[in-house]
Design a protein around this ligand. Structure first.
Ligand code: SAM
Length: 281
């Protein structure tokens, strides 16, 4: 991996504090998940969010909730209908999902993973609250590492290869160029192949030039890129291209979920901008 890619990747981490605060604001997380930086960032960005909502009807928190609730719904379905008992959430940041699902499903094993500094922080948070346990742990990982202690193979070596597995990434993939993230997806598909069944869930922002708010969205993602001192990319021109792209990375069955499927998700005035991809091996 190039030095530039590694630097971009480290700069993504602060955004996890912002989303962590959003999950808390919407009663999806308990207070220990809030950081001073998350609260500050949310306050500083409030005028921009208000402006986008008032002027263009684009509600950043609604987009975030749509993806989060849709991933939750797909995960619930996998646990309750398809017997998934081990979950790996990569780029977990300060997400409360592991905590919520471990509390709800007492026999679920949940492995959270992130870049080493964020993983250490999350582990400490869970430890201090007494939430860390043999079935709920945090490990360091770097999705760009193809070998070594932070690689996917090191992360997956701790799983039970006899049981179905489900992997999640949220708020991660659009920070990387398509060739870079497709390299990760291809490596992930190879890691998942030995399991009796394996599912990957991720949110994804496609490139939809025909969307009535496309120009404003591009302006918004340039802002996200500048704030994270990296770039934010849109991947694939619509749902059929998503299915083809994941298929080429080694996933056998690909479903693209739209937030409108969710009765509980906040409704949009426009066609949704985010998708949740459910890709199976
Ligand atoms: C926008 S935050 C999302 C956090 C969480 N999933 C959520 O939705 O609240 C992006 C996360 O990706 C992590 N990340 C960035 N680059 C990574 C990499 N190369 N490997 C693993 N995680 C990475 C960051 O540390 C950060 O926690």
């Amino acid at each position: 991996m190039s030095r530039a890619a590694r630097l971009d990747s480290a700069h993504i981490t602060p955004s996890a504090h912002y989303t962590g605060y959003v999950w808390y604001r919407h009663q999806l997380a308990e207070a220990p998940f809030v950081t001073a930086f998350g609260r500050l960032a949310h306050g500083l960005l409030a005028p921009v969010s208000w402006g986008a909502r008032a002027a263009f009807g684009l509600d950043v928190e609604r987009f975030l909730l749509q993806r989060h609730l849709l991933i939750d719904a797909c995960l619930r379905e996998a646990i309750e209908q398809r017997g998934v008992r081990q979950v790996v959430e990569i780029a977990c940041g300060l997400s409360p999902r592991g905590r919520r699902f471990c509390a709800r499903y007492p026999d679920l094993r949940y492995l959270e993973a992130d870049l080493p500094p964020m993983a250490a922080r999350k582990r400490l948070l869970l430890h201090e609250e007494g939430w860390l346990s043999a079935r709920h742990q945090v490990r360091p990982v770097d999705i760009l590492a193809d070998q070594g202690a932070h690689s996917l193979s090191a992360l997956f070596s701790g799983l039970d290869a006899e049981l179905p597995v489900l992997v999640i990434t949220e708020g991660l993939v659009n920070y990387f160029s398509l060739p870079l993230i497709e390299t990760f997806w291809t490596r992930l598909a190879a890691q998942l192949r030995p399991f009796p069944s394996a599912t990957y869930l991720t949110d994804l922002y496609p490139d939809l030039p025909e969307h009535p708010r496309y120009r404003q969205l591009r302006w918004g993602i340039d802002l996200v890129g500048r704030l994270t001192r990296g770039r934010y990319y849109l991947h694939y021109r619509g749902d059929p291209a998503i299915v083809d792209g994941f298929g080429a990375c080694g996933f056998r069955e690909v479903r693209v979920h739209d937030p409108k499927e969710l009765a509980t998700a906040p409704a949009d005035a426009w066609p949704a901008l985010v998708r949740v991809v459910e890709a199976r091996i």
